[in-house]
Ligand binder design. Structure first.
Ligand code: C2E
Ligand code: MG
Ligand code: MG
Length: 688
């Protein structure tokens, strides 16, 4: 029977039970969708997992195809009973599954072949056709079955085109093509079946006997059973594929989170946690750990903002990654810190040389947003033989060495030694005890006399804080001032020093001044001028007898608030002096901005004045600068008469140093003042 014209088409349609056809179509659509989902799943996976989903895919395809075909056949009623040969029916499923194997395999394992879909599609279409015709051959009925060749060819073309389009959409659009792909595949399967059926003719015959294993009879219940079983299979596969996809997604998320938790998001380098894990898994050998700390980032932050700092850190990380070897581990355990870990390393001096090389690279200018910035770096290193545990300890040791390098000054590198640990421990203990010491009034002031360079007449005293520790004895300010600054206690300590200095000086002759050192952190205190004025008022000391010593470092951060504070103090008549001149950053721009009355040459220059001609030139220049700006120049740290002679010749204004008197307690100041009064104003302890 051919169905080219309308009456023929109607007659053809009348041979089918519509409910069952609808059921077959629905199943075909659901099955094709599942096939596309599984194809996508298998494509996303690799190795054994891909293989498992590939097999599931082929089985799913076979089941979908077979169930669609079989229910559509149950819908077929040519007017005579149909029976099916169980063996050939089973064979048809096998053919569908086996036919799908090479087609899907080609698409999954050779997706980069330019027209993989154009080869795999016809193969899959062929599998659909093979299943259909083998399935048809299982049909046994009281009549003769013949096929129209044209319809067979057309049905095969439909199957192949449908399958090819489905695979093409999937290959091109992946997950986006699942719906379109399933429609194409369903059209191929359904189209092939019904076009082939349209070319089928059955003519009654008496020459018929039931095949020995024919067991299955056609009815709606059977169709429902097949549809239910197939649906169950498809739904199971669909749910499994979806759950598997979710599982993999979660695993990827977990992997991503793991990565994030172990890497610094700014530089992409290992963070502290990641570094610790690497260290703990290390097996041994010689190790060098270099801790590198960036400097002046805070100033960059204040001047240019956080974004510039972040870009700077990123660029610093890039420079370091170029400098280190591939086998080194580079990490960023803190925002301003890097760690280089070198295994199976190298002699110690090489490690030190490497540290200085890295510092030099980081000290080269950075170009960020059209601005040239220069920061510096310090490095601490620790070397040892050992495994992961040793590496952990080495990391701490390198950090301790970095602290020491920072204390030693810009651009320094230090190798760890045990004395550093002891110092760190002591510092830690002093930090703990500091607050209590303030409460217990363990701090006191010593005073060091200042003299006129020519006449050696006493001009005043510098107040220098001391910590009289009940167990450890006298502790110097170089040790406890940084602790007070770090602990946020410097402002409280500074208030005490100011009050004490003013009180002591108020008892001295009117022509003597007292100099008090101010920490840069005190300058940031917005009520500093009020505090100073209160201390003056309470002690009755005239403002012009107080001098505040600021270091060059303090002048680096000149916020408008600090400028206002200094101007307010200046207005009140308080003097300002620059301390340790030449030892800091020597940016001279601040000198003219405030009228500093005094400039104190750092003692490191004074110590070399008799031995180095260059230093003599520098001191001469500083004295000239002071004179030009109307400042008195004082040389600190004068220890010998030879130094005094050179300073006098150079035209230095005032001197301070062990040659004339060490810092002394208040009681001794009073007896010195007595002697000075008796000798007519120029008694110097060392000279008298
Ligand atoms: P500074 O202000 O430069 O004080 C001079 C330092 O040089 C004093 O050390 C003094 O004892 C020492 N010195 C004086 N003459 C000589 C000498 O001839 N040879 C040598 N080698 N050294 C000499 P000191 O008392 O240990 O103070 C160290 C630093 O601690 C001070 O340096 C100052 O910056 C800081 N400091 C002291 N007291 C205070 C304070 O109350 N507040 C703050 N913020 N800093 C303070
Ligand atoms: Mg000073
Ligand atoms: Mg000084």
């Amino acid at each position: 029977m051919t169905a080219f014209y309308l009456p023929g088409l109607l007659q053809f349609a009348s041979q089918f039970e519509p409910t069952l056809v609808g059921m077959a179509l629905l199943l075909c659509l659901i099955g094709s969708y599942t096939v596309m989902i599984l194809l996508r799943r298998a494509y996303e996976l690799h190795g054994e997992r891909r293989l498992s989903w590939f097999l599931a895919l082929c089985i799913c395809f076979g089941a979908d195809l077979w169930a669609t075909h079989f229910i559509a056949m149950l819908a077929f009623n040519p007017g005579m009973p149909i029976y099916y040969d169980a063996g050939r029916t089973a064979l048809s499923i096998l053919v569908a599954v086996l036919g799908a194997l090479p087609a899907f395999a080609l698409l999954l394992w050779y997706p980069s072949l330019p027209f993989a879909w154009a080869v795999a599609g016809p193969m899959l279409g062929g599998a659909i056709g093979a299943m259909h015709f083998i399935g048809m051959s299982a049909m046994e009925l009281r009549g003769v079955v013949t096929y129209s060749r044209d319809f067979v060819v057309a049905s095969l073309i439909c199957g192949m085109v449908g399958a090819s389009l489905a695979l093409r959409v999937m290959q091109r659009h992946g997950g986006q093509g699942i719906r379109r792909g399933s429609l194409f595949l369903a059209s191929g399967i359904f189209g092939l079946h019904f076009i082939a059926m349209a070319g089928l003719t059955t003519s009654p015959s008496n020459d018929w006997h039931l095949a020995p294993f024919s067991t299955v009879s056609s009815n709606g219940d059977l169709a429902s059973v097949i549809a239910t079983v197939s649906l169950l299979l498809l739904v199971t596969l669909l749910v499994s594929a979806t759950m598997d996809a979710k599982l993999v997604e979660r695993q990827l998320e977990a992997k991503h989170l793991r990565h994030l938790s172990r890497h610094d998001d700014l530089t992409g380098l290992l963070n502290r946690r990641g570094l610790r894990e690497r260290l703990s898994s290390m097996t041994g050998g010689r190790l060098v750990i270099i801790s590198i700390g960036l400097e002046r980032l805070k100033t960059v932050n204040d001047l240019f903002g956080r974004e510039v700092v972040e870009e700077l850190i990123r660029q610093a990380a890039e420079r370091l990654s170029i400098e280190v070897m591939k086998t080194d581990i580079l990490a960023s355990p803190g925002t301003e810190e890097f760690v280089v870990l070198r295994r199976h390393a190298v002699a110690e001096e090489d490690a030190l040389a490497l540290s200085y090389r890295l510092i030099a690279r980081l000290s080269e200018p950075f170009e960020i947003g059209g601005v040239t910035l220069q920061i510096g770096a310090c490095a601490g290193l620790a070397c040892s033989e050992g495994t992961g545990e040793v590496a952990e300890a080495l990391l701490s040791a390198a950090d301790i060495a970095l602290r020491e390098a920072r204390l030693a000054g810009a651009g320094q590198a230090r190798e760890f030694n045990m004395a550093m640990s002891a110092r760190l421990l002591r510092r830690h203990q002093l930090e703990q005890e500091f607050r209590g010491a303030l409460r217990n009034r363990e701090f006191l002031l010593f005073f060091q006399p200042l003299f006129d360079c020519r006449s050696l007449k006493l001009c005043g005293f510098e107040a220098l804080a001391r910590w009289q520790h009940p167990e450890r004895g006298m502790i110097g300010p170089d040790e406890f001032i940084p602790i007070a600054e770090a602990a946020g206690m410097i402002v409280t300590l500074g208030e005490y020093v100011l009050a004490e200095a003013c009180r002591a000086a108020s008892a001295w002759p009117e022509d003597l001044r007292v100099a008090v050192n101010l920490s840069p952190l005190q300058l940031k205190d917005p009520v500093l001028p009020q505090k100073i004025i209160a201390a003056l008022a309470q002690s009755g000391l005239a403002p012009h007898r107080l001098e505040l010593e600021l270091t060059e470092g303090a002048m680096l951060e000149q916020t408008p608030e600090i400028q206002l504070s200094l101007a307010a103090l200046k207005d009140k008549g308080v003097n300002l002096a620059i301390d340790d001149f030449g030892a800091g950053y020597s940016s001279l721009s601040y000198l003219h901005r405030f009228s500093f009355g005094r400039l104190k040459i750092d003692k490191s220059f004074t110590h070399e004045i008799t031995t180095s001609a260059d230093v003599r030139i520098v001191i001469g220049a500083i004295i000239g600068l002071g004179a030009a700006l109307g400042m008195t120049v004082l040389a600190e740290g004068v220890e010998t008469e030879a130094q005094l002679d050179v300073l006098r010749t150079a035209g230095c204004g005032q001197v301070q140093g062990f040659l004339f008197g060490r810092p002394m307690p208040e009681k001794e100041v009073l007896s010195l003042l007595d002697r000075v009064a008796k000798s007519g104003g120029s008694a110097i302890p060392a000279f008298s």
